[in-house]
Design a protein around this ligand. Structure first.
Ligand code: NI
Length: 218
């Protein structure tokens, strides 16, 4: 399941991130790719922006859907990427386990937070394979898509302008994407039934909690 988190960064927050990236030093993105992905990765990444990454992560965590969509346990450092004309990231799947001994995590969910206005660059959609075919995603600046890390996905070639994004990985308390989806649907339904009889809500809350108790690894 793909979940779009709209408006993770807006207004001054978005401007602040873009201003910092304007001054960033960009390096070849192959340096941070796993062995299989290296062959198909052709982009730029900004280094030394840990504080900006933390700022973006805080914005993600504040988004009302992030917690129920991801059920995060650990998060990778946020990476900033740029694709200029001719750059692309060919079909690949993200590493299952990433990070050094200190910050090791299992990548259950990947995210791409779009930072450039879609009209400002051509190409550059994130394309994610599923049984129903390929889904191409190109969102407004400040919007973020969460998707399962185990999918085959690619970034289409950029043909004009520059595609800027923040990307990263989440280890979820709930490893299985199908189970996360059940919990997400129930939690969304719960939110919409706020005025239902209290006893019914209590049963629903109990069911959501107990499913999480069955499935959570903490
Ligand atoms: Ni990827």
């Amino acid at each position: 399941m793909l979940i779009v988190l709209a408006g993770v960064l807006e207004g001054e927050d978005l401007a602040r991130v873009r201003a910092r990236l304007d001054e960033a030093v960009w390096k070849d993105g192959k340096a941070t790719a796993g062995p299989a992905a290296r062959a198909v990765k052709n982009n730029l990444q900004a280094g030394g922006l840990a504080d900006l990454g933390a700022f973006v992560m805080e914005a993600l965590r504040r988004h009302p859907l992030f917690e129920i969509a991801a059920r995060p346990r650990r998060a990778s450092p946020v990476m900033f990427s740029k694709y200029e004309p001719g750059m692309a990231y060919g079909p690949h799947t993200d590493d299952a386990v990433m990070g050094g001994a200190e910050g090791r995590l299992r990548a259950d969910l990947s995210y791409t937070l779009f930072l450039a206005d879609p009209e400002s660059y051509a190409g550059g959609a994130l394309a994610i394979e599923s049984a129903a075919g390929e889904q191409a995603i190109k969102l407004a600046a400040g919007d973020c898509v969460l998707y399962p890390s185990g999918t085959i996905h690619h970034v289409a070639p950029v043909t004009a302008g520059a595609r800027l994004a923040a990307v990263g990985w989440i280890q979820s308390v709930v490893r299985d994407a199908a189970k996360r989806e059940i919990l997400f649907d129930l939690s969304m339904t719960r939110a919409r039934l706020a005025s239902a009889p209290r006893e019914d809500l209590l049963r629903l809350d109990k069911s959501i909690s107990n499913l999480l108790r069955l499935w959570a690894e903490v």
